[in-house]
Design a protein around this ligand. Structure first.
Ligand SMILES: C[S@@+](CC[C@H](N)C(=O)[O-])C[C@H]1O[C@@H](n2cnc3c(N)ncnc32)[C@H](O)[C@@H]1O
Length: 323
């Protein structure tokens, strides 16, 4: 792509060459905040033209990567497993980070939830099934289509809407959401993390809960060791675990930030549960083994000096109430 001749931030193109929709204006009743474009803070060290090209190539490669996964998942789309729905409706095993997060959410009835980087839509659909009104945003047109199909299949399409846009440019009303949820998204947005966090907090109501689950690495030698363990991970070229600097950035926006660590030994669960077998359907012995890893992790990771050995962190905080 020629610098200076690339698409603008206002008209990013998707992997098929069509413009990615950026159509949230008018989603809700007119809100003055929606009439302003969200300013994307371009990295200062890059010239504006170079930075636009940089954004564009990152968005395109992310959308292409996740579109491929979406295509496979769409071919196998089926209703959510009732055991999975029950698991997250009443989470009993907080040593699993997703159950822990659903416990944090509490009663979702009537809550407005924003799911950023909503991916395959399983989380958004679960939250809608539990009574929330969910807005999902994702850069992958394939995933957004899958989310819509899934919501329809589960009969929650009236409470779940999905939009295809880079998070960096999407327009949403200020002070609107009770909960902002992100599962594995912030570590895809590291160059813009400060600007993105500012936007997320702006879209949240005062006192709203923001909850993220992210890979975090505060121990460089452990990161190297993990890379050596032959556990398959699907990663895009632009992602990496969050480090101390990124956690400090998040802290600036959420002063009451709480970090809960997971995945020291828990990462080995995937070796106990073959990929085709979910925890819900695993034989009792395997379930108990995975539970044990999770419980041991919780004991080890509650020791202050050991916390940072965890590979996954649930990051949560509330938007400060005005004084
Ligand atoms: C690791 S996946 C997580 C998906 C989903 N939250 C889940 O838990 O299954 C990251 C998601 O972020 C989306 N994504 C990456 N960069 C994005 C951006 N700049 N704006 C919006 N979505 C983005 C990808 O398309 C992908 O669906």
């Amino acid at each position: 792509m020629e610098i200076g001749n690339e698409p603008t931030l206002e008209t990013p193109l998707g992997p098929t060459g069509k413009p990615l929709a950026n159509t949230l204006t008018g989603l809700l009743r007119p809100d003055p905040a929606c009439t302003e474009r969200n300013a994307v803070a371009l990295p200062e060290e890059l010239s504006p033209a170079r930075a636009r090209a940089d954004f564009f190539s990152r968005w395109t490669s992310e959308a292409r990567f996740f579109d491929e996964i979406a295509q496979q998942m769409a071919a196998e789309l089926k209703p959510l497993d009732p055991l999975t729905v029950a698991r997250y409706r009443e989470p009993q095993h907080p040593w699993f980070h997703k159950e822990f997060r659903f416990q944090l959410l509490g009663n979702l009835r009537g809550k407005r939830v924003l799911d950023v980087g909503c991916g395959d839509g399983i989380n958004a659909t679960l939250m809608a099934k539990f009574g929330a009104h969910v807005t999902g945003v994702d850069i992958s047109p394939g995933f957004v289509e899958l989310c819509k199909q899934r919501a329809q299949l589960e009969g929650v399409e009236a409470r779940a809407e999905f939009f295809c846009s880079p998070l960096e440019t999407v327009e949403l009303p200020a002070g609107h959401f009770d909960i902002i949820w992100g599962d594995g998204i912030l570590h895809h947005l590291i160059p813009e993390l400060d600007a993105v966090m500012r936007q997320l907090v702006k879209w949240a109501k005062p006192g709203a809960l923001l909850v993220f689950s992210e890979p975090v690495s505060l121990t460089p030698w452990l990161r190297k060791l993990r890379k050596g363990v032959p556990i398959h991970t699907n990663a895009t070229p632009d992602e990496r675990p969050l480090e101390k600097a990124e956690l400090s950035t998040i802290l600036r926006h959420l002063p009451d930030l709480e970090l809960k660590w997971f995945h020291l030994l828990g990462r080995l669960s995937s070796l106990i549960l073959p990929t085709c077998q979910t925890y819900e359907h695993a034989p009792l012995a395997r379930k108990l083994a995975v539970d044990m890893l999770g419980r041991v992790d919780q004991a080890l990771l509650s020791v202050p000096r050991l916390k940072t050995l965890g590979g996954m962190c649930v990051i949560s905080g509330r938007k400060p109430e005005p004084r």
